[in-house]
Design a protein around this ligand. Structure first.
Ligand code: GCU
Length: 618
């Protein structure tokens, strides 16, 4: 039966394509549509007036991606992006109907919205109708906060862009596809893991799929500021930066103003639309975790203007010191995944950010490592406001195909998007290039390339990465050659959990090949909240607390230790963690459970941070 069916289906498809050839140009020759519009990066997108497209979208699961690819795996021109309604006279069936499809809420991963989707990895279609009332001639962008992992977008059946990478914002020009009145947007999102992806096949976090962050329409004038950079010069007495205008004339006047500081400048854009500036400021209140002062900054160019809230601080190293506003500091930190507290799933909201960063503040932190990918801009806005320094990371995680130039291009694109969108957040002091990558030549070259790209994109911040550590008996050796390319060395170690017992830390020596500041970017162990027992019994809160009690004095013996971000603030979902009754698909190394229960180790670390008994006191 199946075979005959298969044949019948194939012949129908053949018939269909012949028919649609007649009706609408079909498959192969239209592939160039695929690369129609590359999305752009917008700095301060969340500061622009926007028409939100958040809410309930129709959704259709499409594991074989037959909505986009034909039975010969060619991209269709009459795919589900047409949002076609079957007509009684149709000479062929229309085998999808968004108006009858179940809904998914945007923003949000699909995995935690329906039990049947928890483990789903593959293509998913989204459709939403909306009214558009153009106010004045403008360019309109579809702003996508993030779509994991590969995504395609159409407006009224016209392809507007495609994108790869699950954790960075992108903007698709939809000006020519939009019309006044009723419109519809269709998106196909595929979170299938592939070897040449960034990240690649293996991750220790849930591969939440979907439109995981805010989606909106942003209208800007024909000539507009797409990217800008405003920061305090390391001299501390000047604001410096630049703006980039798209669609503008050379010589376009650009104005930057900080009203509260009575500071202002006017410069002209060059042939490439770029306008650099630097101007003196007086009595600026420096941004710091203790005093997270933000200033309103207005940028104007032609008929475009944008107002941002920016903190002014300097960050640099001197020998093994990290200097914030010229003063040596110690980073009392914690690592955080973008896992939503209580409801679980991909975090995206102000509330998620307030809860997670509120707990970090309660712990006594002045620093957070946002792992292992760029987090939602709401998180950075909250860190700017609350006063927490940030380690932001590109998802170059574990063993990518480091010898594959295409993979490097993907990592570079994601880095451009991360830095382009997030560059004006005073809270961010580190761009982290990678986490726990294998020590080989291809890897080192790959990340050195990324590091120099990050330096040229943003010379005002520090470059780091989380390295693996070699062991020789009870000696820990930090000599990964990648360290040469970094300003600050991050190291991950799991003494007391993956290796040895908590007391092993008492006899561990550290041998660090670099005369640079060192951050222990991960250490810790698992505990099931509420499970109590002897401190030598794994998975109990007592065992986890014991790891922390033995770690802190060990870390204090490392001369160039300048910070730490233990793994991790809150339990998070991971497909690797399957110990029934304990893990149940959660990594349990949190100091707080996903339901907000603080474990004993939370208080061990809180006390050390409050007493400033680890690291150099402020
Ligand atoms: C690694 C890795 C994390 C992971 C953690 C763990 O070091 O960087 O992503 O979750 O260890 O094993 O819990």
């Amino acid at each position: 039966m199946k075979r005959i069916l298969g044949f019948r289906r194939r012949s129908t498809r053949l018939l269909l394509s012949l028919l649609c050839m007649a009706a609408v140009p079909c498959v192969a020759q239209q592939t160039n549509i695929a690369g129609a519009n590359a999305p752009i990066v917008l700095t301060g997108a969340d500061r622009r007036p926007a028409m939100s497209l958040d809410g309930d979208w129709a959704s259709i699961l499409d594991p074989y991606f037959s909505g986009l690819f034909s039975f010969h795996h060619q991209e269709k021109t009459n795919g589900w992006f047409l949002n076609r309604k079957a007509q009684p006279e149709d000479p062929f069936p229309t085998e999808y109907d968004f108006s009858k499809a179940p809904q998914l809420t945007v923003p949000g991963d699909w995995n935690t919205q329906r039990e049947s989707l928890l483990f789903y990895e593959g293509p998913m279609w989204y459709e939403r109708d909306f009214e558009y009332r153009p106010k004045e001639p403008a360019r309109v962008f579809l702003h996508v906060g993030a779509a994991n992992y590969r995504s395609w977008f159409w407006i009224n059946g016209v392809k507007v862009c495609e994108h790869e990478g699950g954790f960075t914002a992108f903007n698709c020009d939809v000006t020519s596809a939009l019309k006044a009145g009723p419109n519809f947007v269709v998106a196909a999102i595929d979170n299938t893991r592939r070897e040449d992806n960034v990240p690649t096949l293996e991750t220790d976090w849930w591969n939440y799929g979907g439109l995981t962050r805010h989606v909106s329409l942003i209208a800007v004038p024909e000539a507009f500021i797409d990217q800008y950079d405003v920061h305090l010069a390391r001299t501390g007495d000047e604001v410096e930066g630049w703006t980039h205008i798209t669609g503008g004339q050379a010589g376009t006047s650009v104005e930057v103003e900080i009203p509260e500081l009575q500071a202002k400048t006017q410069v002209a854009a060059d042939n490439n639309g770029r306008a650099s500036f630097h101007f003196p400021i007086h009595e600026v209140v420096r941004w710091s975790p203790e005093n997270p002062k933000l200033y309103k900054v207005t940028l104007r160019a032609g008929s475009d203007s944008i107002e941002d809230l920016i903190g002014f601080r300097t960050i640099e190293t001197r020998g093994t010191e990290i200097l914030l506003n010229g003063k040596p500091m110690f980073l009392r930190g914690i690592s955080i995944h973008a896992e939503a507290p209580y409801r679980t799933g991909r975090a995206y909201s102000d509330k998620d950010a307030e809860t997670l960063l509120g707990w970090a503040k309660e712990l006594g932190c002045n620093f957070v490592r946002l792992a292992h990918y760029p987090h939602d801009e709401t998180m950075l806005r909250a860190a700017d406001r609350i006063g927490l320094l940030v380690w932001s990371e590109n998802p170059v995680y574990w063993a990518l195909q480091f010898d594959n130039p295409k993979v490097l291009a993907k990592a570079e694109q994601q880095l451009d998007e991360e830095i382009g969108a997030l560059r004006n957040h005073a809270s961010i002091i580190f761009w982290s290039m990678a986490n726990e990558t294998p020590n080989n030549e291809a890897r080192t070259q790959f990340i050195e390339t990324l590091a120099s790209r990050a330096r040229s994109l943003d010379p005002s911040r520090l470059i780091t990465a989380a390295l693996l550590v070699r062991a020789n008996g009870h000696s820990k050796i930090v000599d990964d050659p990648l360290g040469k390319a970094l300003d600050v060395i991050g190291v991950n170690e799991y003494i007391g959990w993956y290796e040895g017992h908590p007391e092993t830390a008492d006899v561990t020596q550290w041998n660090i090949a670099y005369d640079k500041p060192l951050i222990v970017s991960e250490f810790g162990g698992g505990a099931k909240a509420g499970l109590h027992g002897d401190e030598n019994q794994r998975w109990t809160e007592e065992y986890q607390a014991s790891i922390y009690r033995h770690q802190l004095p060990m870390l204090n013996r490392i001369p160039q230790l300048r910070g730490m971000s233990p793994w991790i603030l809150m339990d998070f979902r991971s497909p690797n963690r399957v110990l029934a009754g304990i893990q149940d698909e959660f990594n349990r190394k949190g100091l707080i459970s996903d339901q907000g229960t603080k474990k004993m180790a939370f208080y061990v670390l809180q006390r050390a941070y409050k007493e400033q008994s680890v690291g150099k006191p402020d």
